[in-house]
Design a protein around this ligand. Structure first.
Ligand SMILES: [Zn+2]
Length: 452
């Protein structure tokens, strides 16, 4: 045994944290050598390992962490140990039982550097070093029909690369198309610090699971963040797309400078996101701010979720169209009777040209939006309401009746003092910018963010 080995042994005896890390590194190396069967064994061993080395004990070893430890916290602990490489990102992604809620105390902002694996091969060796100006965040927005990915340099709000692909393009699965989208924007130079994904539908952002998505039925209870971490050897986080649009508009768009923000997107559905005291509201299950699924009319029409009288069932684009169709089939005349395919945009155009039924459709949608918005003010008391989504483009057709109803429905006029009601400014980039902001938050990089 040489001097250096002897010194290492002493170090490991004296430092239980380092000892634990060496065990896990050895497990990983062994599993890597012996292939996929050993990887499965490794998974089990890591699960066991998390019991052998109490995580709370590890947390106590670090002055940067208190009580609860998260993924970034593990990465932070691992960075104190030269024996651990970026491969340990894979290990930390496998410890799925650990929630990664922010602890409140910032972790040292020295994120792991990821590299694009050319195949399924896991690259060996240490990263060659971090050059801050060449660091990137990869943001993904999983939309209704398309996937979009963008690589943002940390120093710029303009994406270096941008890629758009149909969710079901070719014979590939949505997951394969997602991989292709991320690979396509992976920066040829520099490094990637993390991947953020905006997902339509409910997710568990703490565990990184997609619970369900309306347009990708096979994605049910899918551990998407863990899977992406394994595919790219890179930390990955997911979040509901409306929550991320709220985060994006707050940090980079129409709601900058506000501390309490309510974001509502009105398009084929109605989604929401809320910033409270400079933090995105997530809730106990990560499912907070589903503002389209509040009941505004218990006897009202069925929502896409199957329940009656939700705001989305009355004020979304399809709901406006449905109302016009129902009225026309009941004998009400309208210039829209000749339109074979009807959209909310067409209804808006007809309303502007004086069509009475089309105007009534927007009056009705605006009224219920106002009822819901008053309740949102009572609950969240924001200083700004940001309205996004395609139907918001109809402007005063919708906003006028909404504001009128809002004034009638708030129980105290104080809620409306200095309240700003504005349209979103990031357009269809809100989800991508929010996904970028999500990674910044998880890696505690927002202090270094570029000015918009
Ligand atoms: Zn609903």
């Amino acid at each position: 045994m040489g001097n250096s080995s002897f010194g290492l042994s002493i170090f490991f005896i004296l430092h239980p944290l380092a000892f634990g890390a060496l065990i896990s590194a050895q497990y990983f190396r062994k599993s890597h050598r012996e292939g996929s069967k050993a990887r499965r064994n490794f998974h089990r061993k890591v699960t066991t390992l998390s019991h052998i080395i109490p995580i709370r004990f590890l947390a106590k070893q670090s002055p940067n962490l208190s009580g609860q430890i998260d993924r970034v916290g593990i990465a932070s602990l691992q960075r104190t140990l030269p024996t651990m490489t970026h491969k340990t990102v894979l290990m930390q992604s496998r410890i799925t039982a650990l929630p990664y809620r922010p602890t409140g105390k910032p972790v040292s902002p020295q994120p792991t550097v990821c590299r694009l694996p050319s195949t399924s091969h896991v690259p060996d060796g240490e990263p060659s070093g971090i050059i801050v100006s060449m660091n990137h965040i990869i943001a993904v927005d999983i939309g209704g029909t398309h996937l979009r990915a963008a690589a943002y340099p940390l120093s710029s709000l303009e994406p270096l690369q941008h890629y758009r692909i149909k969710t079901y393009q070719g014979k590939r699965t949505p997951q394969q198309n997602l991989l292709q989208a991320i690979r396509s924007v992976w920066p040829p130079q520099g490094s990637v610090l993390g991947i953020g994904v905006a997902v339509p539908g409910p997710v568990d952002p703490y565990q990184g699971w997609v619970l369900s998505t309306p347009n990708i039925p096979e994605w049910r209870n899918l551990p998407l963040a863990q899977w992406l971490s394994e595919q790219f050897q890179c930390p990955a986080w997911i979040e509901n797309d409306a929550n991320l649009a709220a985060l994006g508009e707050w940090r980079y768009g129409a709601a900058q400078g506000h501390h309490d923000v309510l974001y509502l997107t009105i398009s084929t559905g109605i989604g929401g996101g809320v910033i409270i005291a400079d933090r995105l509201l997530r809730g106990a299950h990560g499912m907070a701010a589903e503002l389209g699924h509040v009941t505004v009319w218990p006897e009202g029409p069925l929502c896409s979720c199957g329940l009656p009288g939700h705001l989305e069932a009355i004020a979304s684009g399809p709901a406006i169209v449905r109302y016009v169709r129902e009225q026309m089939s009941g004998g009400v005349s309208s210039s829209l009777a000749k339109a074979p395919l009807l959209s909310a945009d067409q209804v808006a155009q007809a309303a502007r040209q004086g069509d009475v039924l089309a105007s009534q459709a927007f009056q009705r949608a605006g009224k219920y939006l106002g009822i819901a918005l008053a309740s949102f003010l009572h609950i969240f008391d924001p200083s700004i309401v940001v309205l996004g989504g395609g139907v918001s483009q109809s402007g005063d057709l919708l906003f006028q009746p909404m504001k009128e109803q809002l004034r009638q429905s708030v129980f105290h006029p104080r809620y409306l003092e200095r309240l700003q009601i504005v349209t979103a400014s990031l357009g269809d980039s809100a989800g991508l910018m929010g996904a970028r902001a999500l990674v910044e938050d998880q890696l505690h990089l927002q202090k270094n963010r570029p000015d918009p």
